[in-house]
Design a protein around this ligand. Structure first.
Ligand SMILES: [Mn+2]
Length: 288
């Protein structure tokens, strides 16, 4: 199967690795043209894949071997540097192709800047959007651009999708007011725990799209990201919430975004790759 806008790149090496009848279809969007602080998210998909080479495919606490799952990696999106909308359009097209080839597959997007999350959400039209992020991303415009990474949750809110945000510790008054008006629930990083996550997410309609901006973690774990913020979450308190999520809600799609970096072995990519393995393992182990 050839996808219109993807090309071969460093691929995750799982034995199954074909799109037809896959359970998980991974693809990258190596795009970072609206990044406002630290650049490098265009290298995220490659760095995450490369970092998985450090990991065992067997997940100890799940007794699951990812090598036995139907995982396909279809490569990276052929992006248009500097052109957010054209790249999003190609992303939407690719997600639609994925669903045609393998209707039961869960697409997993590796970013790339967070603006790209609009593509899978628009293509999949889930009932809810659950995001782990340091930032509210509810600005109407940033630097004059409504498609800036800082506006992605706002654009998604306009699709009539229920939204809940976790691990937040950065935003402006306009965003807080907008969240209040629109009934968007958000939990500050210092107030976050798995019980709060469950209380909010259990009320959300299915299916759920899950977005993880890697900057939700404390910056000591993810120094290479577009806009790092101190005071973030720890690894297991996110994984435990995700286990509950996949057990209790149908998942439409997933992304891991804003992994930047300039060198192989980057800490941020190592964090993201471990999370990617846990997400697939958790769905295989507990998923509904
Ligand atoms: Mn963020």
């Amino acid at each position: 199967m050839d996808f219109l806008y993807t090309y071969e790149t460093l691929k995750l090496e799982f034995p199954f690795n074909k799109a037809e009848n896959a359970d998980f279809i991974i693809f990258g969007i190596p795009f970072d043209s609206t990044t406002s602080y630290k650049p490098g998210a265009r290298f995220g998909p490659t760095l995450i894949r490369q970092a998985t080479m450090n990991l065992e495919s067997y997940i100890l606490d799940y007794d699951i071997d990812l090598a036995e799952l139907k995982i396909a990696d279809i490569g990276d999106l052929d992006i248009v540097a500097g052109n957010v909308l054209e790249t999003i359009k190609r992303g939407i097209e690719t997600i639609r192709e994925i669903k045609e080839v393998s209707p039961g597959a869960i697409p997993i997007l590796l970013g790339g800047e967070h603006s790209m999350t609009f593509a899978p959400v628009k293509a999949l039209m889930p009932a809810s959007y659950v995001v782990f992020d340091a930032h509210l991303d509810l600005r109407d415009k940033y630097e004059g651009n409504p498609w800036n990474h800082a506006c992605v949750a706002r654009r998604i809110s306009e699709l009539d999708v229920d939204i809940a945000e976790f691990g937040i510790r950065s935003g402006i008054k306009e965003e807080v007011d907008y969240a209040w008006e629109k009934g968007i629930r958000w939990v500050h990083a210092r107030e976050y725990d798995v019980d709060k996550f469950k209380q909010i997410v259990k009320k959300l309609p299915e299916p759920v799209y899950l977005s993880i901006d890697i900057d939700v973690f404390d910056l000591s774990m993810v120094p290479s990201t577009g806009t790092p913020e101190a005071g973030g979450l720890r690894f297991w308190e996110v994984v435990k919430a995700l286990e509950w999520l996949v057990k209790n809600k149908k998942i439409a799609g997933i992304d891991i975004m804003e992994v930047a970096g300039m060198e192989l072995g980057d800490i941020t990519a190592l964090t993201a790759s471990k999370l990617l393995f846990y997400i697939m393992g958790a769905i295989a182990r507990f998923g509904k």
